[in-house]
Design a protein. Structure first.
Length: 229
């Protein structure tokens, strides 16, 4: 004959069938303070239940405390750095806004010819005895080759009068250029092409900080500005 169990104590059922702990949605439980509290609780429990004949080594406690302090310090440092980055980006955006309506020199190979006048720049790592610039129109056709002669190291501004190699006047518009340089031994000198453009607006919120919007050059990082004209 089967025996029927009419009731089982609730406490016994809870012990035999424990419910999984609810996952906390409070971000504070993952904070450095919460981590410290959990560590101290575990450490105290470990010390209370240690074997009296083989107690915990003091060096182990010191090591664990040092690790906790390191983790806490890193968390605080990350918070501080995030705050500094936010302040820096805000300050950079304000400074970049002051460039609206001004011409700047930035890395690039674009040039605008307006009223028969165009301007670009070159940056040489070393002095060069022969520098040459090749100018092309929007179709990629070479319209002029400028022999710039000797140039010192650093940044030099170059003006183009809009005259082509055939003596004709080039129409206003967008052009591109490339630059090559050699020294007295005919060895190549590293040279960077520089564009001159008017800043029309500033964009913020990007991973690289404030960006300047220059129509003939495109979006340019504020940190890439080499000269303000």
């Amino acid at each position: 004959m089967a025996t029927t169990i009419s009731s089982v104590p609730t406490a016994l059922l809870n012990t035999m069938n424990p419910q999984p702990a609810a996952k906390s949605t409070d971000p504070a439980t993952d904070s450095a303070t919460a981590l410290q509290n959990r560590f101290m609780t575990m450490l105290l429990t470990q010390m209370k239940n240690q074997n009296p004949l083989n107690p915990m080594d003091n060096s182990q406690v010191t090591s664990q405390m040092a690790q906790l302090s390191t983790v806490s310090g890193i968390g605080q440092m990350n918070t501080t750095l995030s705050s500094l980055m936010s302040s820096l980006q805000s300050s950079q955006s304000m400074q970049a806004a002051n460039l609206i309506g001004k011409s700047v020199v930035v890395p690039g190979n674009a040039m605008t010819l307006s009223s028969g006048s165009g301007q670009f720049g070159v940056n040489l790592t070393d002095a060069a005895t022969n520098v040459q610039a090749v100018i092309k129109n929007s179709d990629g056709v070479v319209v002029d080759t400028m022999n710039l002669g000797k140039l010192p190291s650093g940044t030099t501004a170059i003006n183009w009068n809009g005259m082509t190699s055939t003596g004709a006047t080039a129409p206003d518009g967008q052009y591109t250029f490339s630059v090559a340089a050699v020294d007295s031994s005919n060895n190549a000198v590293a040279v960077k092409a520089l564009s001159v453009g008017l800043v029309t607006s500033v964009s913020t919120g990007g991973t690289n900080g404030a960006q300047l919007n220059i129509p003939n050059v495109g979006p340019t990082n504020y940190s890439d500005v080499l000269q303000i004209l």
